[in-house]
Design a protein around this ligand. Structure first.
Ligand SMILES: NC(=O)c1ccc[n+]([C@@H]2O[C@H](COP(=O)([O-])OP(=O)(O)OC[C@H]3O[C@@H](n4cnc5c(N)ncnc54)[C@H](O)[C@@H]3O)[C@@H](O)[C@H]2O)c1
Length: 443
């Protein structure tokens, strides 16, 4: 099938590469000239496991092309996927300017029947806005060309995006006509051979499904963070409680890990956008509002925990920070809790030595103006002379580090664990002061 993908970020690049891998002829278009220039030479602008080999291989096989030419992209694909960013606007709503720019461009360039599919996460009603915008451009041109729109929200997770795309747990599509359903069923057939459900619904329900999924997952995290904060005050161990409830099949074990809160390019902005949408239709979504409030508090609480450990005297103290990305296996630092925690410490006069296995370039640009920050070459180098080690992202290489080496490098053996990665009793035995989330301190 001939497919075009507009917007070649985390979602667009993975989508384009995976569709090319199953034999489709894919053209990916982006307005970012540098990005497209690099991609043509096989330079991948983001870190995502297995993506580089997938992109390079499909370029070599001639199934994957990159362009900045929207006309070429609209001409190429029977199916056009819109995968551009939908960032948060000032009032918390989703900023749809990029989606609508693409809709206008499609309307200006469409020459024959096309199916326009919105993969970007967009508020209920956006697909219909896109349809109206294309129709308006066609009317301006006096052109009588038919087209269909559909919603096909993306559920991939950064860090395992290629795997999620190749083996989705489900595919959701929102369509207005059966003909579109048939074509999309054919396109997705290789990905759902093992029996993953292909769920067909109306466009609005499909748009709403994506926001509901992210809001539900965010709710579980904030819920468990509250439980952790209660456990901490009562001397209960939240990790035990988590296992105790996660083995209940009605609850399940996923997304129950307490920590410094959720971040990334999706959960915070999507929950805020749903709050905004809900308020816009006259309904106060109190649960969602609290989910965000708890999440923001959780980062601040962790920073406060570190500050109060030193009785508020942070001036001149040195911290090693392990992990900056909002989660492991990505270099994405959008809304990463590490940013807030590091800024809170340096604002109080501390120095932070940062290390992340993949997000160092991104971190350099984020902290460029912060004079109290240094960047380390590896996870041990940043520990030299440190008053404390702060774990912010649970990368695999931080899970079972050489604790003797850590201790020998640090000035004082103190670990602040924002992801509950280590065992408090082992930490005490090894001679560390260990501060984590929702667990009693071992002595
Ligand atoms: N990142 C994720 O894990 C994830 C998962 C599921 C859904 N989503 C949703 O998918 C969408 C894309 O997210 P992302 O993380 O891939 O974004 P991104 O910021 O990584 O990439 C967006 C790309 O779109 C390009 N773009 C913007 N305007 C354009 C235009 N007019 N024409 C062509 N290209 C244009 C940008 O240059 C950029 O390369 C968002 O709505 C997001 O909420 C993201």
């Amino acid at each position: 099938m001939r497919i075009s993908v507009i917007g070649v970020g985390y979602v667009g690049l993975v989508t384009g590469a995976c569709f090319a891998e199953t034999g489709n002829d894919v053209v990916c278009m982006d307005i970012d000239k540098e990005r497209v220039k690099g991609l043509k030479q096989g330079v991948i602008p983001i870190y995502e496991p297995h993506l580089e080999e997938l992109v390079k291989n499909n370029i070599k096989e001639g199934r994957l092309q990159f362009t900045t030419d929207i006309k070429k992209a609209v001409e190429h694909g029977l199916i056009i996927f819109i995968c551009v960013n939908t960032p948060q606007d000032g009032d918390g709503s989703a900023d749809l300017q990029y989606v609508m720019n693409v809709a206008n461009d499609i309307g200006k360039n469409i020459q024959k029947y096309r199916i326009v599919i919105i993969k970007s996460t967009v508020p209920v009603g956006t697909c219909h806005k896109v349809k109206d915008a294309i129709a308006k451009e066609l009317k301006k041109r006096g052109a009588d060309i038919s087209f269909d729109i559909a919603s096909n929200p993306e559920f991939l997770k950064e860090g395992v995006a290629v795997e999620d795309c190749m083996k989705p747990e489900r595919v959701v599509i929102g369509v207005e006509h059966e003909r579109v359903e048939e074509i999309l069923r054919e396109l997705y057939e290789p990905f759902i051979r093992t029996g993953a459900p292909f769920l067909v619904m109306d466009v609005k329900s499909s748009e709403m499904t994506k926001y509901t999924a992210n809001s539900m997952l965010a709710t579980r995290i904030s819920f468990m963070n509250q439980i952790a904060n209660i456990c901490e005050r009562l001397g209960a161990d939240v990790m035990m409680v988590m296992r105790g409830i996660g083995s209940d099949s009605r609850i399940g074990p996923k997304f129950l890990f307490p920590g410094v809160g959720f971040g990334g390019s999706c959960f915070p902005k999507d929950v805020r956008a749903l709050i905004n949408t809900s308020q816009g239709c006259g309904y106060e979504p109190t649960i969602l509002e609290k989910v965000m409030e708890v999440n923001e508090q959780q980062r601040a609480l962790f920073a406060e925990k570190i500050i109060s450990f030193y009785h508020g005297k942070l001036k001149g103290r040195k911290f090693a920070v392990w992990g900056l990305a909002f989660k492991p296996n990505t270099d994405d630092m959008r809304e990463a809790p590490s940013i807030e925690v590091v800024n809170a410490l340096t604002k109080n006069g501390a120095f932070c030595n940062l290390f992340d296995p993949k997000a160092m370039d991104v971190a350099t640009s984020i902290f460029v103006k912060n004079k109290n920050i240094r960047f380390g070459k590896n996870q041990y180098e940043v520990l030299k002379g440190a008053d404390g080690l702060i774990l912010m992202t649970e990368w695999l290489s931080f899970r079972e580090p050489d604790f003797d080496k850590i201790k020998s490098l640090m000035k004082t053996p103190v670990i602040f664990d924002g992801r509950n990665q280590y065992n408090p009793r082992s930490m005490a035995r090894l001679g560390f002061k260990y501060v984590c989330i929702g667990r009693p301190m071992a002595h």
